[in-house]
Design a protein around this ligand. Structure first.
Ligand code: URA
Length: 434
């Protein structure tokens, strides 16, 4: 078997066998297959696709390229959640404590932000002292004791994906369905949970811009998960505007805390209730969606979810005082409201653009090595469908300097489309694929 033959086979629309895929992934992980050949293969897959059997075999080969986490020492059902990536997505910060307070444990591995999307680890580092690097046994103990823990992904988990994802990033081959499915699922399978719930984003701020593509991805993820013997549910949700209001690390933590205090009822909470009820029913903690939603709502109303969050911050070395007093979180020195130049209804908010505004203020990274400012970002005040009067604030910029704030305000304005007609919002939850 030679890599050139496999590239040619895929280029011409052939299906790769289990043996061929395993040989290729093993060779690439060991460094026997060079990046230039793997780039050509990724591009051939991008254009020719892969059938379900190939996608499953690719997922399993990448899963077997490294270590797997064994969660069997943790009592009860263990769940995991993953989002395909969005702007203002602070869901894990709200969902994990809600679910843990209802009796299902969450062992979550997360990443840092890159480009216009943020990362859960960066957000959590807004709590002084908070750490996501820990030995595996410490991680397992924390999940068992607190109900959830969030750790950074180690290099030993799915090394094939780590290499291939970095290569796809620089060869314009990220947006390929089989490559996305295998990349997401190998990591979720390696993390060892019994129930996996996936939030597949759809819209201008997501990989999948159309509902058709998003449902296609959701179906492929659940099908490959089923073949791998796991309960995988995918929820397709809107990413045509940022999730919630805040975009920027500490600002998103503040919004997540407001949601846990029960002060927030918008799309973010709707998403947490939808994902959370899939986890509770999938994990056998609730009999149906209605019961699960009531349990999750009670966890917020009683304060149990917020307490769980404080216990989690403490367990991971953070100062939990800020959980109860968010003014202790990093604060930007300059705030600037952005007035609407005209009145009307908000037709569109370019989600990726808002992510780039936060990044331009210093809240995100262009390169992995960049350091970020946790305090800066944007809090939008008007969402799609809202009416706005001329001069009314569309949102507030949180910046290091007046000049940064003025520049960001211009860029935020460019993200908004305001029209003279009333706008009906499309449903936020587009559907659930089991
Ligand atoms: N997230 C991943 O982990 N991998 C992809 O390919 C896309 C999103």
């Amino acid at each position: 078997m030679g890599m050139t033959d496999l590239i040619q086979k895929k280029r011409d629309g052939g299906a790769l066998s289990r043996e061929e895929i395993r040989w290729m992934i093993e060779g690439y992980t060991k460094g026997d297959i060079p990046d230039y050949q793997m780039s050509a293969m990724a591009m051939a897959i991008y254009f020719q696709g892969m059938d379900m059997e190939e996608t499953y075999e690719l997922t399993m080969a990448m899963l077997d390229s490294g270590d797997k986490i064994d969660l069997s020492s943790i009592s009860g059902v263990k769940a995991d959640k993953h989002s395909t990536g969005g702007v203002g997505d602070k869901t894990s910060l709200v969902l994990c404590p809600m679910v843990a307070a209802c009796g299902v444990k969450m062992a979550k591995l997360s990443g840092r932000g890159l480009g216009h999307t943020g990362g859960t680890i960066d957000k959590l580092e807004s709590f002084p002292g908070f750490s996501t690097s820990m030995a595996e046994d410490a991680f397992l103990r924390k999940v068992d004791r607190v109900g959830f823990a969030i750790a950074g992904q180690t290099a030993e988990l799915c090394p094939a994906d780590k290499k291939l994802y970095a290569l796809r990033d620089v060869t314009a081959t990220v947006a390929s369905m089989p490559l996305i499915v295998s990349s997401i699922l190998c990591k979720k399978l390696a993390a060892g949970a019994d129930v996996i719930v996936l939030d597949v984003k759809c819209g201008s701020g997501a990989f999948m811009q159309t509902e058709e593509d998003a449902f296609g991805l959701a179906k492929a993820l659940t099908e490959v998960g089923r073949r791998a013997g796991k309960k995988v549910v995918a929820v397709v949700t809107d990413m045509d505007e940022p999730l919630g209001s805040a975009v920027g690390n500490a600002l998103e933590v503040k919004e997540a805390l407001a949601a846990l205090r029960g002060e927030y009822k918008g799309d973010l909470m709707e998403l947490c209730l939808t994902l959370g009820s899939q986890i509770l029913t999938g994990g056998g903690a609730a009999e149906n969606d209605a019961q699960a939603r009531t349990m999750l709502e009670n966890a917020v109303a009683s304060g149990a979810a917020l307490e769980r969050f404080a216990a989690f911050v403490r367990a991971q070395g953070g100062d939990a005082a800020a959980v109860y007093d968010p003014s202790l979180l990093p604060q930007a020195p300059v705030t600037l409201p952005v007035p609407a130049p005209e009145g009307g209804w908000v037709k569109r908010i370019h989600a990726e653009g808002v992510g780039l505004v936060s990044m331009g203020l210093g809240g995100g990274r262009a390169f992995k090595e960049d350091t970020i400012d946790l305090s800066v970002g944007v809090v939008i005040a008007k969402k799609v469908g809202d009416q706005v009067a001329p001069g009314e604030s569309l949102g507030t910029i949180h910046a290091r300097t007046e000049e940064d704030a003025r520049r960001a305000a211009q860029r935020l304005l460019a993200c908004y489309e305001i029209g003279p007609e009333r706008v009906t919002r499309a449903p936020f939850i587009k559907g659930v694929v089991r």
